[in-house]
Design a protein around this ligand. Structure first.
Ligand code: SAM
Length: 285
């Protein structure tokens, strides 16, 4: 999916995305910021920030002397983030519409680089993920931190399988994404070992990985809300309302048929210290 398509998917699902935050995006964002051990005065880049699940806690952590640049493609999520920041009177965070792969730090960022780079459930959306992340890590000063969250192996698997089966019955030629693990960026990040060696490939050390367990009852509201408020919404764009309703009903029926009563949102929270700035032209692992 290209940048415009991704922005369209997340913009059209902005209401459901925000509804999911307390149970889904929020816990991981908080965990990531805690594990990054940000300090007052730090300057942080948060890419694929959405409505600020990690960027807002980061702004609180770095305090009034620090700054957070929160970057995303989806204007409607950024606007939600600005409203939340304003509600909390946080003035040290900028929500900016930009493609993370093209982000250049403004001149207010210290020449040595950001103190930390954060991305919660985000890096796997970046085209050429390794090159893109390598470039982003090069924006962090030596001794600074990098932190990402991603789905743990098996998370959402049965759930997404049921959804894709329901979609395939209504959308001729539907393709659920890479079948080959080597082509699926998520597969590089979904085990502690894989994620650890992926991170060290960018010149980082002191990797810390924790699994955040998050099992949520698969109520019809949450199961369908997760579709509408995430990238799973993509295949529904452009379909007639009646087709979307048929998919919803079949999907919920499949969850029942397959005894999927719980959503496994297991997440890996990974942080590391940047040892040296990677040469931007060098490929990641
Ligand atoms: C699953 S959401 C996670 C948002 C947020 N980090 C959170 O945890 O709530 C992924 C986000 O990545 C953004 N995104 C995808 N590709 C991007 C890119 N190339 N540049 C900036 N943002 C991007 C999407 O717009 C979306 O908001």
């Amino acid at each position: 999916m290209g940048a415009d398509e991704l922005a369209a998917v997340f913009n059209s699902g902005a209401a459901e995305f925000s509804w999911l935050t307390p149970q889904v995006w929020g816990p991981a964002g908080q965990a990531l910021v805690f594990q990054l051990r940000l300090r007052p005065g730090d300057t942080v880049l948060d890419v694929c920030c959405g409505a600020g699940a990690s960027a807002l806690p980061a702004a609180a952590a770095v305090g009034p002397g620090g700054r957070v640049h929160a970057v995303d493609l989806a204007d409607d999520l950024l606007e939600e983030g600005r409203l939340l920041a304003s509600d909390r009177a946080l003035t040290n965070i900028d929500f900016v519409r930009a493609d993370a792969t093209e982000w250049e730090p403004p001149s207010t960022v210290p020449e040595a680089g950001y103190d930390a780079l954060a991305s919660s459930y985000g890096v796997f959306f970046l085209p050429h993920m390794d090159e893109s992340v390598n470039r982003l890590v090069s924006l962090v000063r030596p001794g600074g931190k990098v932190g990402v969250t991603s789905w743990r192996r098996g998370a959402l698997e049965d759930y997404a399988g049921a959804y894709f089966d329901a979609v395939a019955r209504h959308v001729p030629g539907f393709d659920a994404g890479p079948r080959d693990d080597a082509e699926d960026p998520l597969k590089k990040l979904d085990t502690p070992d894989g994620l650890s060696s992926w991170l060290t490939g960018f010149g980082t050390t002191s990797v810390e990985i924790n699994e955040m367990s998050n099992w949520l009852p698969a109520t019809p509201e949450l199961a369908w809300g997760m579709v509408l408020g995430s990238v799973l919404r993509g295949p529904l764009i452009g379909l007639e309302a009646a087709a979307v309703e048929s998919i919803r009903l079949e999907f919920l029926a499949l969850l029942t048929e397959r005894d999927i009563e719980t959503l496994d949102l297991g997440t890996l929270v990974a942080t590391a210290v940047v040892e040296r700035r990677p040469v931007p032209a060098t490929l990641g692992p």
